[in-house]
Write a protein that binds this ligand. Structure first.
Ligand code: LLP
Length: 420
């Protein structure tokens, strides 16, 4: 994985041994490489150089303020889906003119906040949402720039829970109804129609579904222009997958993806918007954990870690594969097959089954790879386990970018009514 390598027998993030971070911060802990984040962003930026495109990093993938600030310093915009994410993006110094607001259920308060901030575009997903935005914009005596998110009815690989572009999914406006909704939008005093938006899913491992959806979207752009709408932007959403399993996954690069897009959009005079999340953060981070116990059962051997499904839910929720590496470089060929699990009281708290690793002992450290996206952001406190902290590494230095709350922090948010 990018910028995570063995040096002198120790798995390092850039030039910092993970064992050093474990000692200083404790485990479990997320560790990100600033260089990998920057390289991944830059791969997108370089691939669309000259297109005048907006790369709106999808904040949901990893929303830590330090990560956002780093990307802001490189010129990234943001794709946000809540008032909270908008606040993070603004505090990280992302210019409002580079922020798009997506999501099926924006509240009026969130719309208000985003209009006040002066964001670039709202991606609108239904006619009732459009009506609400018009109301809020009119009350503020302003106009909201909108793109309609089109549901192109394209099947986009990935896991069924993260596929969004099929007609039966809750997302977007059916492409056949789109022209009517654009007509409705055009008649609204608080709405300015500016673009078309699609997002068909996540962890997509080939260009074909993107291309099919793009071509459908571009046909719509032509129809809309013929209908008299001033379509200036085209938002491709996110979705480009990453390698989770070195032995099995092959993925198109950001450059392959952009080549395909620019081939079809050349000469159309559209400002392209991209919302990559996973492709920027996914392979820039690991979840570092310690083996609590090695349990030799009758049917299986278990590595019981101090990380659990509440810290990294992807395997439990999507059956997702994460490669797992010992932090101490294996020095012999001796291996053992383990089920790698957490301490939470559910069988679903399993990170991997039948995984062959060097022989492990209690106290050994392991890194779960490709955990930089949809890791920390999806963590919870199930079993009253404090939220896992985050660390950012650059060269030979590291900083804690989110601390581990102590038990008091958690318990003080709760109260017992005096009628009990
Ligand atoms: N834009 C929109 C409107 C989205 O809904 C998403 C992701 C993205 C952009 C960024 O997609 P990406 O480039 O990261 O694929 N929790 C799941 C992934 C959920 C993705 C949700 N939407 C996981 O852990 O795999």
């Amino acid at each position: 994985m990018q910028n995570f390598h063995y040096t002198n027998g120790q798995l390092c993030a850039e030039n910092v041994p993970l064992s050093r971070i474990a000692k200083a911060v404790g485990t479990p802990v997320y560790v990100y490489s600033a260089t990998a984040l920057a390289e991944n962003y830059q791969a997108f930026a370089n691939a669309c150089e000259g297109m005048g495109a907006l790369i709106a990093y999808s904040v949901k993938a990893n929303s830590n303020l330090a990560v956002l600030s780093l990307l802001a310093s490189l010129g990234a915009g943001a794709d946000v889906v809540s008032g909270g994410e908008l606040e993070r993006a603004l505090r990280a110094g992302i210019a409002p003119q580079k922020i798009v607001f997506s999501g099926v259920g924006k509240s009026r308060d969130e719309m208000h906040k985003a209009l006040k901030a002066g964001i670039y575009q709202f991606n609108i997903e239904s006619s009732p949402e459009l009506i609400a935005l018009n109301d809020v914009a009119c009350a503020l005596n302003t106009r909201a720039a909108i793109a309609l998110r089109i549901n192109p009815d394209v099947s986009a690989g990935g896991h069924e829970k993260i596929s969004t572009g099929k007609a039966e999914n809750k997302f977007g406006v059916n492409i056949d109804q789109a022209r009517d909704v654009y007509k409705q939008a055009d008649s609204m005093a608080g709405i300015e129609v500016t673009g078309v938006d699609i997002h068909i899913g996540s962890q997509i491992d080939s260009l074909a579904p993107f291309e099919t959806a793009l071509l459908k979207g571009l046909d719509l752009v032509r129809d809309l222009r013929r209908d008299g709408h001033n379509i200036l932007t085209f938002d491709m959403g996110g979705g480009l997958g990453i390698v989770y399993n070195q032995d099995e996954d092959t993925l198109p690069s950001a450059a392959d993806y952009m080549d395909m897009v620019s081939r079809h959009t050349k000469g159309l005079d559209l400002k392209m918007i991209f919302e990559p999340g996973r492709a920027i953060a996914g392979n820039a981070g690991v979840l570092l954990s310690c083996v609590r116990y090695v349990k030799h059962g009758t049917a299986r051997n278990f590595l019981i870690l101090d990380a659990a499904m509440n810290d990294l839910v992807r395997p439990a929720l999507y059956g997702a594969y994460h490669a797992i590496m010992p932090v101490k470089e294996p020095m012999s060929d001796q291996t053992e097959t383990y089920d790698i699990v957490g301490p939470v009281c559910e069988t679903g708290d399993t990170f991997a089954t039948h995984r062959r690793l060097s022989v492990m002992q209690s106290g050994d450290l392991v890194a779960m790879l490709s955990a930089g996206a949809y890791g920390a952001v999806q963590a919870g406190q199930y079993n009253t386990r404090p939220l896992v902290p985050e660390v950012l590494v650059k060269d030979d230095q590291f900083s804690v970018i989110r601390t581990r709350p102590d038990l008091e922090d958690i318990l003080k948010q709760e109260s017992v009514p005096d009628w009990i």
